[in-house]
Write a protein that binds this ligand. Structure first.
Ligand code: PLP
Length: 387
């Protein structure tokens, strides 16, 4: 088979399975109201939970830093790309998360790849929740460690696998807030299990960081797990922070190990300093403007209560991620496109992003939405339900 035949065959198959992916063109900044493929829509699909991606002060910080430092960082952190803006952000994030130190990565995907491959390898064990983000699963496989997926949030399932381990390090890895379900991991129980079994615990809090916890410190703050209980904490900046990048938080020795051994840290260009400067402003706003978190949480409660009255089947999620499982991929797209025709944009998530038979609308709420916006969404959901 020629390359061209192979490529066409696979695309055809993807289409036949109703799993073909297409990109829409966003013509505005991220926010509740966006223009996409020429149409104005009310969006419930981004991860900009606090409305910081287009915040004037965040933009200003970005612009000022670009004036001072230029655009590109020009080198990797270990060569000459590590700027004072990166360093200051690392220190501020350490203080914010209550960890000794943090280390910036260019993205969450790269942070996860870097941590797992730096800490475990052949002869070790990685235990991952079945619903972990793809970057964690990829990182686990790439590490070369023996790889085990336990049932979602099921401590018995995890304990059973841990009991079977022989020699080698054991690393337990979980999302803090599950990206496609919106539920949270039982961090306290996981920490206890890790301690009892002489295993290490790593949490990827991409969707909790900035929104969960009284101060926005994430799932770890909300569930009161400190550095000793949770030694490896990953947060990302592209979601609630509204910027870009990611970080790992933990002990001084952990961070030094990553600087020495995390290949996705070492062999890549540092983030633009202006992105770090913008993230510093986001962090300040997250700490100053409690109302954003409070408003988001009121929206979540309101949406859930009203959707319940409509008889919609919601998942057990109390975060900004409110999925409506439809099951079939074709129907999910039909419903999503119906909503789009009514001017409402929601995520349409199909396998392999979610397990087979659980295709869903992924609705996300933001502090920038108004009560009226949510009413419009509910009205739309009611209409498509009857159609
Ligand atoms: C989005 C996401 C990532 C990837 O982060 P990026 O900075 O976008 O690369 C990692 N883990 C989880 C759970 C995520 O939701």
């Amino acid at each position: 088979m020629s390359l061209e035949q192979f490529l066409q065959h696979r695309l055809h198959e993807r289409q036949q399975q109703s799993l073909y992916r297409q990109r829409r063109r966003l013509q505005t900044a991220q926010g509740p109201r966006v223009e996409i493929d020429g149409a104005e829509v009310l969006a419930f699909s981004s991860n900009d939970y606090l409305g910081l991606a287009n915040h004037p002060e965040v933009k200003q910080a970005f612009i000022e830093a670009a004036e001072k430092y230029g655009v590109g960082s020009g080198a990797s952190h270990l060569v000459s790309g590590h700027s004072t803006e990166h360093h200051a952000l690392e220190e501020e994030l350490a203080e914010f998360t209550g960890r000794d130190r943090t280390l910036l990565f260019s993205s969450g995907y790269m942070a996860n790849l870097g941590v797992l491959t730096a800490l475990v390898g052949k002869g070790d064990y990685v235990y991952e929740d079945k619903l972990n983000h793809a970057s964690l699963l990829d990182a686990g496989l790439l590490s070369g460690a023996r790889f085990q997926r336990y049932l979602h949030n099921d401590m018995d399932s995890l304990q059973n696998y841990l009991l079977k381990a022989e020699s080698g390090h054991k690393l337990i890895v979980t999302d803090g807030v599950f990206s496609m379900d919106g539920d949270i991991a039982p961090l306290k129980e996981l920490a206890e299990l890790a301690q009892r079994n002489d295993a290490w615990l790593m949490v990827d809090d991409a969707h909790g960081f900035g929104v969960m916890g009284f101060n926005g410190g994430g799932s770890a703050e909300q569930l009161h797990v400190d550095q000793q209980q949770l030694p490896i904490l990953v947060g990302t900046l592209g979601k609630a922070f509204g910027t870009f990048g990611a970080f790992v938080a933990g002990s001084d020795d952990l961070i030094e190990n990553l600087i020495q051994f995390a290949r996705s840290y070492i062999y890549t260009t540092a983030l633009p300093p202006a992105v770090a400067a913008a993230s510093r402003k986001s962090l300040a706003l997250i700490q100053q403007e409690d109302w954003r978190r409070e408003k988001l949480h009121r929206h979540i409660q309101y949406f859930r209560a009203e959707a319940h009255l409509l008889g919609l089947d919601l998942m057990d999620s109390h975060t900004a991620i409110q999925p409506v499982v439809i099951g079939d991929s074709v129907r999910t797209q039909l419903v999503g496109n119906h909503l789009l025709q009514r001017g409402l944009l929601v995520g349409m998530i199909r396998p392999p992003t979610v397990p087979e038979g659980t295709a869903r609308l992924r609705i996300t709420l933001s502090a920038e939405h108004s009560r009226e916006d949510i009413d419009r969404l509910l009205e739309g959901l009611k209409k498509v339900r009857h159609a």
